[in-house]
Design a protein around this ligand. Structure first.
Ligand code: 0O2
Length: 207
């Protein structure tokens, strides 16, 4: 592995993350200004480490090369938007799809179709423009959008099962799926309560 080349690649990813954070922050501030509503609980971002990218490549059966990182690790640049209600997820997806800066090239709706583990979240695979001395280059990034409840499940699952290399006992897999079902029920209940309260608040404003 050519270390200078790797340095250049990491520089590009770091620039892409800054661009993505800035663009998302502007879009969400504009949305809040226009709708008097902030759908976001918190945002988290990270650059995947070289070690973690290498592990991912090897697990997919690829050699660890710069070319393979660029072609097969789509989440070197990652940003997660954690929002309040289920309905906010689609709204945020729409905002990003309409952006001129961010190009969505692929999406995975693990909310309508959760993974077998129980994982649910909405993933957007995007390209972000990075302006370097030689010109513009489009860099891949992954945006995960999920509710606080989904984030609770996924964060704990990350620690409990996701990174475990061995065979996970069936009863634990089933319990994790049951927890994911409970999370979905809670999400729907909370959305419903919010909708009911919203009607009450709207009526009050009319009076
Ligand atoms: P980490 O440590 O979170 O970065 P692809 O990118 O489509 O070629 P990939 O990356 O397997 O293939 O895509 P996928 O399945 O959409 O998963 C991408 C990310 O979603 C993962 O990144 C996790 O962050 C998250 N994820 C997917 N499945 C699960 C799950 O069952 N549980 C939890 N907790 N998170 C999940 P990484 O790089 O695998 O991990």
């Amino acid at each position: 592995m050519d270390t200078k080349e790797l340095e250049g690649l990491l520089l590009k990813y770091s620039a892409a993350l800054k661009t993505l954070e800035t663009e998302i922050s502007i879009l969400l501030q504009d949305y809040e200004y226009k709708n008097n509503y902030n759908p976001v609980e918190h945002i988290k971002s990270r650059l995947k480490s070289y070690d973690s990218a290498s592990k991912k490549l090897l697990s997919k059966g690829y050699d660890v090369t710069i070319k393979n990182i660029e072609e097969h690790v789509h989440d070197m640049v990652g940003l997660r938007i954690v929002c309040s209600f289920l309905s906010d997820v689609k709204e945020i997806v729409k905002i990003i799809e309409n952006s001129d800066q961010i190009t969505v090239h692929d999406k995975e709706d693990y909310i309508s179709n959760p993974k077998e583990t129980g994982y649910s979240s909405y993933h957007l695979n995007v390209y972000v423009p990075v302006y370097l001395i030689d010109g513009v280059t489009m860099v891949a990034a992954e945006i995960q959008i999920r509710t606080v409840a989904m984030d609770f499940w996924a964060s704990l699952d990350h620690k409990i099962t996701y990174k475990f290399k061995g065979e996970i006992p069936l009863e634990i897999q089933e319990e994790m799926q049951n927890c994911a079902d409970d999370i979905h029920k809670l999400d729907r209940k909370m959305l419903n309560l919010n909708n009911q309260m919203q009607e009450i608040k709207d009526d009050q404003e009319i009076i």
